[in-house]
Design a protein around this ligand. Structure first.
Ligand SMILES: [Zn+2]
Ligand SMILES: [Zn+2]
Length: 318
């Protein structure tokens, strides 16, 4: 496995910056530059880099879609959220109509995880093959239903690509798409499934829309084994701990704090906070990232755990 690229990282609903928010950022950046002499492009780049990601960048806009580059000539993606649309555009730009195979691993079929499919251009290209894996038996029905009238003008059968659906057995390790894939059932309304992908000594865990209770010893054991020694854990950190233990308990999501604890127990190398709450501003997510890194430092007992917050366009080398 070579790398992981994030195409959609927001939970529940896509979000975009508004005109007033962008204006506020430009004003803040210009104000911060007032005392500086920015003569060269390199000076400008260095200044922009100094502004912080919550001012000069933005965390996830699209909903869940993550690509794993396994080094094989086929594509591997997790979930079909709205981030699938730019992924499809990039795939078309690179491969045109040359036949491609896409292996898709579905966490579950809540709308934010399937809404990108009707806009996935490669699905309309004859000769393409799309293999959809998941723990749920009804994934095909859910994908068809979202394109039925009166909700969508183009029915599923308009796709020219050849679709296959493969149900994976939870708790099992199977050879799929050139990898060893372990599927784990997670606590979420209607269930969700996490995946542990292993290939050539590298391990990536994709675990989203999953609620954890750390006072359940069996569950902690199950998940720390699932995350064990992973190079990267892509983790549902939709809520802060305060949210997770109070009003939003039982809403089917998890927090940055739980992510740190499970990754530390599992001796994982890198925790990537994912499925950001749509109401969280970039400043809030940047603060969560900062606080999470601080928490990791003060609770560290084993090897350091690297922590990132996912954003659309982030690429992590494995
Ligand atoms: Zn979701
Ligand atoms: Zn969900």
């Amino acid at each position: 496995m070579k790398s992981v690229r994030f195409w959609g990282t927001r939970g529940s609903l896509p979000v975009a910056l508004t005109a007033p928010q962008i204006r506020e950022r430009v004003v803040a950046a210009v104000r911060a530059s007032r005392q500086l002499t920015l003569r060269t492009d390199a000076d400008i780049d260095a200044f922009v880099d100094s502004l912080g990601f919550d001012l000069a960048g933005t965390f996830g806009g699209h909903t869940s879609c993550v690509q794993i580059d396994t080094g094989e000539p086929f594509h591997v993606i997790c979930d079909l959220g709205s981030g699938l649309r730019p992924f499809g555009q990039a795939a078309m730009a690179k491969h045109g109509t040359a036949p491609q195979t896409y292996h898709v691993f579905m966490s579950h079929v809540h709308w934010d995880h399937i809404m990108g499919l009707p806009f996935f251009i490669p699905a309309y290209v004859p000769g393409n093959r799309i293999v959809v894996y998941g723990g749920h038996p009804d994934i095909e029905a859910a994908l068809r239903r979202q394109m039925e009238p009166p909700s969508f003008p183009v029915p599923f059968d308009t796709f020219n690509a050849n679709f296959e659906f493969v149900q994976l057995a939870p708790g099992m390790r199977q050879d799929v798409a050139g990898m060893s894939v372990t599927t784990l059932r997670q606590r979420h309304t209607g269930d969700s499934y996490g995946y542990r992908f292993e290939k050539a000594g590298r391990t990536v865990v994709y675990t989203t829309d999953s609620e954890h209770t750390l006072d359940n010893a069996d569950e902690v054991r199950t998940f720390s084994a699932f995350f064990a020694d992973a190079d990267l854990v892509i983790f549902d950190a939709m809520y802060s701990l305060a949210d997770a233990v109070s009003v939003k308990a039982d809403w089917g999501h998890s927090s940055n704090i739980v992510g740190v604890e499970l990754c530390q127990l599992a001796n994982a190398a890198h925790l990537c906070l994912f499925h950001h709450e749509p109401a969280s501003s970039d400043a809030v997510i940047a603060k969560v990232l900062h606080d999470t890194r601080r928490l990791e430092e003060i609770t560290r007992t084993g090897r350091p755990l690297r922590i990132s917050a996912a954003y659309d366009g982030l690429e992590i080398a494995l």
